[in-house]
Design a protein around this ligand. Sequence first.
Ligand code: NOJ
Ligand code: CA
Length: 699
Amino acid sequence: MKKVLVFVFISFSFLLINCSNKDILTIQSPDGNVQIQFLLQDKNQPFYRVYYNGEQIVDWSKLGFQFRYKPALKKDLEIAEYQTNSRDTIWKPVWGQKNKVRNNYNQLLVKLKESSRLERRFDLIFRVYNDGIGFRYVLPDQQNLQRFEITSEETEFNLNKDNICWWIPANYDSYELLYNETDLKQVDSVNTPITMQTKEGHFLSLHEAALTDYAGMTLVNKNNAGLLTCDLVPWPDGVKVKAETPFKTPWRTIQLASKPGDLIESSLIVNLNEPCKISDTDWIKPMKYTGIWWGMHIDKYTWHAGDKHGATTENAKQLIDFSAKHNTPGMLVEGWNVGWKSWLSGNNVQNYTKPYDDFDIKEVVEYGRKNGVNLIGHHESGANIPMYERQMQAAFQYYADLGVNAVKTGYAGGMRPQGMYHHGQWMVNHYRKVVKLAARHKIMIDAHEPIKPTGIRRTWPNMMTREGVRGMEYNAWAASNPPEHTTILPFTRVLGGPVDYTPGIFDLTFDQYKPDNRVLTTLAKQLAYYVVLYSPMQMVADLPENYDHPAFQFIENVAVDWDTTMVIDAEIGDYVVIARKAGDEWFLGGITDEHPRRINIPLNFLTDGSWLAEIYCDAPETGLYENPTAIEIAKYTTESSKKLQAALSTSGGIAIRFIPGEKVKDLSKYESIQVYNNKSDMKMENFKALKIYSNSKSQ
Ligand code: NOJ
Ligand code: CA
């Protein structure tokens, strides 16, 4: 049911200071805490600035465009007209971190016109929410501005250079990087989201929403002075965006919060996207999935056919048996179609409708269907886009005919055509084409080497999850992701949208296959990822033979779609504790960086009454180096007035399932949470005596 309430604009949220072209137009959030000011100055160029709780977050910053073969559109402007309005709506996502989203903002629309000969026009729309702002350019259809080529979007974010930042460097092809924590002075360029803490302790994150038919935005820090300037990913000829009016840009967004967890709870990015365009969404279902996948990354298997081929009919059927038994409705198979040797050679040419001889796809799909497990298809384009686009239509049809309802796509490789970038306008359009094509075939998408998430999932909810992160696979064949990596991701990359990090590795050292590589976490931290690292398609990534372990019960039980999400406690780059509700159960995940940590977790998110807490946590003897797979699994009774004292080992974690007491037989036979808490001091003593991960950056 959709409930739409539109409130009439409340006059106090809009202020006009003076009444000429030199006016500052001011608009503020419904709660009054966020404020944007707009002004024409410096040869009548548009500027804006932003305040949050009285702190100036963004100082006067320019807006405008430069074009190829046309005069820039940024100066000699006058305000032709402005309008304000407000909205307060509640909408229901098909899936998400919460089941209801409030879209509540005040808007200022400024219509600008050049006073010079061309009299070109464009609008700026500013939306102010309690949790941040968004603004976009709208270029209406007009005689003197029809086709155009943007060579520079001049948007600036004039920030305090002493802000502490969590960031990855700008890269036009990849987001698979480790995050830095430095002050803004030390940032040269970034891919968004970039997240910061200000002098007064506020948090902000710069990103974009509704990236459609436009180039991805990176930001450059000119002279390291804190003035971040938009630098769009170019076409091979250097142009950034090729378009014609009427046209609108993506939203430039700034999430604002007084504590880090509020960034995660914010819905700003999805709110700035258009409503769902798929009328029947019954076929879109969040899920856990297994895969013939990790085996290739640790060299147990190969993608291509041969002695070690992973994608055989027999292996697939075995994995279907496992998936069916363990409540995992999806199963990915990579390397089933001919052409994989070409991917390894760097010139990827695959056939997406022709199985290798040892993989009987019909038999596998049929066997899966009988057992309630859906095959998840795979298209590795190797970034050879012309080759993929030639086959795409047939490739999706092929899967649809088989009844496959989800496809993982991949773009690992150097771009074809050469000179294009993964994050340029042409590829943004390609990625969208795939999502729409998939929707027509009732297929969900999990994209690897994707364009960054900008909330398109609201409009196209078959766009389930994506990589765009230095994920688990790096632990298999590169330097391990350091312990702090996943304590930064929820506050940076995942603010854009779900992440296919592929958690759940139980054999953390996989010495049998690759003695020199390992995953740098404890086992409990792997479980906690299912709650901490949000994804509506969550992989159960390890080899099935490694899951013969009592801790696997948590993965079997944990939900993938949530009614509510609450960040209980967090410090970016140090630790994070998140609780999420699904139906009448709660799941909690807590992780720490390299420091062993004691975390006090108030349980007041639980409703009144008794609860059973099924706890999976680092055991007293758990050590990242000594014994990473040691895990304590125990059940205790608790209630909302209690606190839980968690003790986490270096790169450790805690994962909890809370079951309402009335659903539990013999609740009285369990001890109280106090008994658990009493052990936390002793555990911390142990953890401090063990070897602590010390190199906070290992590339
Ligand atoms: C890179 C992807 O991230 C990974 O998941 C996949 O297995 C390989 N490419 C091969 O497609
Ligand atoms: Ca990848």
